[in-house]
Structures are given as structure tokens and as C-alpha cells.
Design a protein around this ligand. Structure first.
Ligand SMILES: *Cc1c(COP(=O)(O)O)cnc(C)c1O
Length: 356
């Protein structure tokens, strides 16, 4: 049976990428060696790394002056690395709190300087994106989470201010066009929309750096990684390789603009069904609904196991909601084909016929 993977992360990757990645494990481009055993200083890997960097630059239209890094440690390390590197001890940064990931970023940043939480949607259970807030002029940056993987909200437009933006784009990187020039830092754990777990894409504008005078351990210092071209130590070789394959797939399929259109289409089919179907209610306000993580609840929560059972029978995997929201969450990242979304909609309709 065809299984449709709606998991939030690690998550679906394009089928051809699995095939190519397997081939790379057995014999990388006819070299007789596996991607798992080659040196990160080998010509073969340096080429892969260069291609991954230049493809990320191309797909995201990253301007010159922004450096692209592939680091280990997950997006969670960027919560503190961004502040450690860019927030002076006597400086201030503004943070928007739109869910558990942003609150974790806030908690970590507080170790290094003043953190002003300028808006929070906590009171609504993070079911909307706050829009009324004032960014203090003296904030060295404004940090936000562009897509909130757990609650299922997404910024449709970014904070309007002249301060540099620092953004956790883990769950919607490469899903839509973004004006990177407005960002001081973008970071994204690969395992939502870009590749397997184990590597984090970090895009840093160079003028964000060198402005703090604390002692930064080398491994946590963006400038050290820039100088070492992400090879200060052994980088996550295999996750970088698979991320490259995924970006190549994205390029072959029309790039970010084309995928953004498909993402809109997939999400609107699913939200239309949630709004139409008498059994379900949406979690998030219409204007803030995520195109990546679609959250919904049952009107009668006692049917939850029955619905998940139907999902399972139809090969729809990973639909159970995050424990903090309950209900269901369908993650429909770039690699999720339209057919997957249609399969889930059919399950919802069948469920309505059975129980409605
Ligand atoms: C998954 C996720 C993280 C955590 O990523 P790790 O790579 O596990 O550290 C952070 N932010 C967002 C928005 C996420 O979706």
C-alpha cells in the first residue's frame, strides 16, 4: 500500500531523493566509494558542499554579503547561537512569541542580553499571529518564527521595521519566496522541508557579526564557521548530501516560485475540506493558517481513535496532532504530492459518511 507521510519532522522527502541517496551510499557517482566513508576534505565532498551552497543561494536568491553555512546542532542550537553572536550584553533584541519554538528561542536569548517580547499569541493558545506591536528602534534585531510547526500558524508578511530580522524558518524554508535582504539571520533545521535531520542551514549577513565582545567558543562562533567555510570541523556530510539532492529536485520542479504555487493549492484543498466537513473544526484563524502544517480538531473528540484508524487504513501516516494542541496535524511540506492531500481529504469525507 502507498503510504502518505504527514509527519511534522523528520518528514517526507521526494521519492527520487531516496533512490539517489541510496545509490550514493553504495557508490557515489561511480567513484567506488560510499558517501558515508569519504573524507569531508575529499574533492568529491567539497564539490557536493559547494553545489549545496550555490543551490541554496540560487533557490533562495541570497544576496552577496550573506554567508551560507551548514552546521550541526539543529535549529535549537541557533536559538542561543544567534543571540550569543549578535546580542551584546548591554544590548536589546525584540522577540515575537508565536509558539513553543519561539518561546524556546526567547529563553535561550535571555542568557546573553535584554530580550523584549514585543508581542505574544500565547493567550489564544498560539492560534494566531500577532499583528499589533511596536518594534523598538534600538533592538539590534527582531526574532520571529516564520512558520509555527506545532500550532499551524504562518506569517503571511514579515515584521515591518528597519531592524534586521532574525528568523527561524525551519518548517517553511524553500516553500515560498522570501526577500532575504531584509534578514540578518535565517536558520532552518533541514528535517522539515530541506533534507534529513542532522544539518541546519544558516544564512548570516556579515554585518550582524563582530559586534559583541564576549568570548565565544569556536564551535559556536559564526565567524569561525564562515572562515572555515562550514568545515571548521567535520560537517554533517550525509545530511548535506541529501539536502543537495532535495534542492536539485526542487530546482528540477520549477524552484521556489513553482513549489509555492503547489503548496498554496495543496493547503487550500485541505482547509476547504476542514471548513466544509461537519465533523471537524480548524485550529487557526483563516488569515494565519500555515501552508505547511495544517491543524484541525474533531467537534467530538471521542471519535479521535476512530479517525486515526481510518487514516491508517488509507495509508495516511503521522496525522496525530502535537500533544500540546491535540486533534490532528497534517504536514504537507514541499515533497507531499497533491495525491497525498487528496487521499487525506477522502478519509475525512468517508469519516463524515460513517459518523456524521
Ligand atoms: C523542528 C523545529 C525546531 C527544532 O529543530 P531541531 O533541529 O530539532 O533543533 C525549531 N524551530 C522550528 C520552527 C521547528 O519546526
Amino acid at each position: 500500500m502507498k503510504v502518505h507521510n504527514f509527519s511534522a519532522g523528520p518528514s517526507i522527502l521526494p521519492q527520487p531523493v531516496f533512490q539517489q541517496a541510496s545509490q550514493g551510499i553504495l557508490d557515489l557517482n561511480g567513484s567506488g566509494l560510499s558517501i558515508l566513508e569519504i573524507s569531508h576534505r575529499s574533492k568529491a565532498f567539497i564539490e557536493i558542499h559547494e553545489k549545496a551552497k550555490s543551490l541554496a543561494k540560487e533557490l533562495l536568491s541570497v544576496p552577496d554579503g550573506h554567508q551560507i553555512l551548514f552546521l550541526a546542532g539543529g535549529a535549537s542550537s541557533q536559538f542561543f547561537m544567534s543571540a550569543l553572536n549578535c546580542l551584546p550584553q548591554n544590548g536589546k533584541a525584540a522577540y515575537l512569541d508565536t509558539g513553543s519554538w519561539s518561546s524556546k528561542a526567547i529563553k535561550e536569548a535571555k542568557r546573553y542580553g535584554q530580550v523584549e517580547v514585543i508581542a505574544s499569541s500565547k493567550e489564544s493558545g498560539y492560534r494566531h499571529i500577532p499583528k499589533d506591536y511596536i518594534v523598538p528602534n534600538d533592538a539590534v534585531y527582531v526574532h520571529f518564527t516564520s512558520n509555527n510547526t506545532i500550532a499551524g500558524t504562518q506569517y503571511k508578511s514579515f515584521p515591518e521595521c528597519s531592524n534586521p530580522l532574525v528568523c527561524d524558518m525551519s518548517s517553511d524554508i524553500l516553500s515560498r519566496p522570501v526577500d532575504v535582504s531584509r534578514f540578518g539571520i535565517i536558520y532552518a533545521g533541514a528535517q522539515k522541508n530541506m533534507g534529513p535531520a542532522g544539518v541546519t542551514l544558516v544564512i548570516v549577513r556579515e554585518d550582524m557579526l563582530g559586534k559583541v565582545d564576549r568570548d565565544i567558543p569556536s564551535m559556536l562562533d559564526y565567524q569561525v564557521h564562515i572562515k572555515g567555510d562550514s568545515m571548521f570541523n567535520t560537517p554533517p556530510v550525509f545530511p548535506i548530501y541529501v539536502s543537495l539532492l532535495t534542492m536539485q529536485w526542487l530546482k528540477e520542479n520549477g524552484g521556489v516560485l513553482a513549489v509555492a504555487k503547489r503548496n498554496e493549492e495543496k493547503a487550500s484543498i485541505l482547509y476547504e475540506e476542514i471548513d466544509r466537513n461537519g465533523m471537524f473544526i480548524p485550529v487557526v484563524e483563516k488569515s494565519d493558517r500555515s501552508l505547511m502544517n495544517v491543524t484541525f480538531l474533531l467537534k467530538d473528540a471521542s471519535h479521535e481513535a476512530a479517525f486515526l484508524n481510518l487514516c491508517k487504513e488509507a495509508g495516511c501516516d503521522g496525522v496525530k496532532g502535537h500533544r500540546s494542541v491535540g486533534g490532528f496535524r497534517a504536514s504537507i511540506y514541499n515533497a507531499m504530492p497533491l495525491e497525498g492531500v487528496q487521499a487525506l481529504v477522502e478519509v475525512m469525507q468517508k469519516f463524515e459518511e460513517q459518523k456524521g
